[in-house]
Ligand binder design. Structure first.
Ligand SMILES: Nc1ncnc2c1ncn2[C@@H]1O[C@H](COP(=O)(O)OP(=O)(O)O)[C@@H](O)[C@H]1O
Ligand SMILES: O=C(O)C1=C[C@@H](OP(=O)(O)O)[C@@H](O)[C@H](O)C1
Ligand SMILES: [Mg+2]
Length: 162
């Protein structure tokens, strides 16, 4: 069984995923950065978001076929219909949910991750959030509310699903 973590930027997908056995866990963004040899922010600047989505699609497809226990996706995995169709078929798609203000606060505090789509104004990021929420809900099998919970508590909830 593969658990696939989805949700908006700073929902905790990467942090939660890291708590699992590293042999059985993949963070798609980390894998992409290894493949492209630069950060995602640099790639958006040098190439384009569309090019990034093509690579993300391929890395996601390969990861699904590789039998990982846990896959942390990037927030935009739901952008492409091919990915949404794939997610709908898989099962165990876990949507890490939080309200926009909580997520935005986490984004601002997280200095380690350069998220190119968070470089826009707060209003633009909130617009993106409103569009994305519908897509996460469309493909999710399980919804976990993360507001007011530590990453450890979220990990425990996921482990209890198995
Ligand atoms: N449940 C949580 N409560 C508070 N902060 C969190 C929680 N989950 C993640 N964070 C923090 O939010 C930031 C983004 O987390 P990250 O795991 O990179 O999210 P994602 O991969 O979903 O974008 C990090 O600084 C992380 O420590
Ligand atoms: O929401 C998005 O489109 C993105 C989210 C990021 O991942 P996180 O959700 O892990 O921040 C990363 O894939 C890229 O910056 C694009
Ligand atoms: Mg992440």
């Amino acid at each position: 069984m593969t658990v696939i973590l989805i949700g908006f930027m700073a929902a905790g997908k990467s942090t939660v995923g890291k708590a699992f056995d590293q042999e059985k866990f993949i963070d798609l963004d980390k894998k992409i950065e290894k493949e492209i040899g630069m950060t995602i922010a640099q790639f958006f600047q040098e190439y384009s978001e569309d090019k990034f989505r093509q690579i993300e699609r391929e890395v996601f497809k390969t990861a699904v076929q590789s039998g990982y226990a846990v896959i942390a996706t990037g927030g935009g995995i739901v952008n492409l219909i091919e990915n949404r169709n794939c997610l709908k078929k898989l099962g165990n798609v876990v949507y890490l949910k939080a309200d926009f203000e909580t997520l935005y606060e986490r984004i601002l505090l997280d200095k380690e991750n350069g998220r190119p789509l968070a470089f826009q104004s707060k209003e633009e990021v909130e617009k993106l959030f409103a569009q994305r929420v519908k897509l996460y809900e469309e493909v999710a099998d399980i919804v976990i509310e993360t507001r007011g919970k530590s990453p450890e508590e979220v990990v425990k909830e996921i482990q209890e699903l198995k």
